[in-house]
Design a binder for this molecule. Structure first.
Ligand code: ADP
Length: 280
């Protein structure tokens, strides 16, 4: 069983009490070996998932700047197949997006059945950055927690599995990563003055994250807190949760494909009987 923190519905989250580091008995080499094994299993499960097309899978990744959202998305994407997977990065909304309700741009990107979609940032920005910078009236933001839960419930009732991951890093680790980008000329493209500016709001961000994780972890769309100071442990944790969910679906997907095979064979036999003359 995965050891990362899955938040129970109604549970009050205190991020200061959750470690950003791997547990003492975690081992980088063991994780690397497991990830290799899971890669093979995931390939097969993903094919089944796409062919059976019974469910869609939405993987939502959130975290502070430099928490490793891009890296985690690359890792998950690297496990899969570009024919059945897609990643969407949600940026500052455009004028057209702002003219609609905040879920409009999100709903359009939700996965179809058989599809795996990774959200790199998401509708949660509308209760995170929007709250920290007061980009919408407080009374509107307050309504969004319920609206988000309703929206996610609607998606799950219509065949979408939702898994949400908060990449939890320490303030010290964020500083290290931002400084490393400055020191490494090949990573300079990632540098943004905004990242240092946003860092000044660290405590406010931790507060809005705690509120979002506490109020929007539901039975149908749980939040997981992923200790992310070490990238190898972050990847191990996320992929383990994914593979556990995909495994649970295996019997249903195999049964669906078997039934479909029987139906197709019967259709073919019927067509042949009606259209092909028996050989003399
Ligand atoms: P990233 O940091 O994800 O790699 P960017 O540097 O382009 O990519 O940052 C995207 C920015 O868009 C972030 O600062 C994020 O807070 C902002 N953003 C995303 N969604 C919203 C939103 N709904 N309202 C305001 N800002 C948003």
């Amino acid at each position: 069983m995965s050891r990362l923190v899955k938040i129970k519905p109604g549970q009050k989250v205190d991020l200061k009490k959750v470690s950003t580091l791997p547990p003492d008995d975690a081992d980088k080499d063991v994780s690397a070996k497991l990830l290799k094994e899971w890669q093979v299993e995931f390939d097969e499960l993903e094919d089944l998932f796409a062919f059976a097309a019974v469910k869609g899978l939405l993987i939502n990744v959130q975290g502070m700047d430099a928490a490793g959202k891009d890296g985690a998305c690359r890792r998950i994407f690297g496990m899969g197949n570009i024919l059945t997977g897609r990643a969407v990065c949600f940026k500052v909304p455009t004028a057209t997006e702002l003219a609609h309700d905040y879920l409009w741009r999100i709903h359009k990107e939700a996965p179809a059945r058989g599809e795996i979609v990774i959200f790199n940032r998401s509708h949660y920005e509308d209760v995170l950055v929007v709250k920290v910078h007061e980009l919408a009236p407080a009374k509107d933001i307050e309504l969004r927690y319920r609206q988000i839960n309703d929206f996610e419930r609607m998606l799950t009732e219509n065949g979408v599995i939702i898994l949400k991951f908060f990449l939890h890093i320490s303030k010290e680790e964020q500083e290290k990563r931002l400084l490393r980008r400055e020191e490494n000329p090949r990573a300079s493209w990632k540098l943004a003055a905004a990242d240092w500016r946003e860092r000044e709001h660290w405590d406010e961000y931790q507060d809005v994250y705690e509120e979002a994780l506490s109020r929007c972890s539901t039975e149908w769309a749980p939040w997981h807190i992923v200790p992310s100071d070490k990238k190898w442990w972050r990847d191990h944790q996320i992929v383990e949760v994914l593979i556990e969910h995909m495994r649970e679906l295996r019997p249903g997907m195999e049964q669906f494909l078997e039934d479909l095979g029987v139906k197709r064979r019967a259709e073919l036999a019927e067509w042949k009987a009606a259209n092909l003359k028996p050989r003399a």
